[in-house]
Design a protein. Sequence first.
Length: 124
Amino acid sequence: MMKNKNISDSEWKIMKILWEEPYLTLRQIDERVKEKSGWSYTTVRTLVTRLTEKGAAAADKSHPGNFRYYPLISEEDSKNREVKSFLDRVFDGKKSMMMVSLTKDSNLTEDETKTLMSIIEKMD
């Protein structure tokens, strides 16, 4: 369980890498994130350290000097937690208000509209 629920935008980039390929060394994480962000090694190390402090990731320390990092929380749980946090902060927990906001003045395709209607019909 995460100690701090908030994962920053930068930390999300690290988590996405760990969800795709767990048990990476800090160097390997750095190589993968550099392709997209251009961050320095120390920035990546700081972000990974923050994620471990928050309880979102952990290090397998069985290889001294070459720790392998892995996620402690699933991508789905993290997304659900973020959506709930956003819903509570912005819409006072009112799902209907969020749905109105998401669909109002949007250019939903016919397929998106059908999918959305199907989801609404299946809700309790």
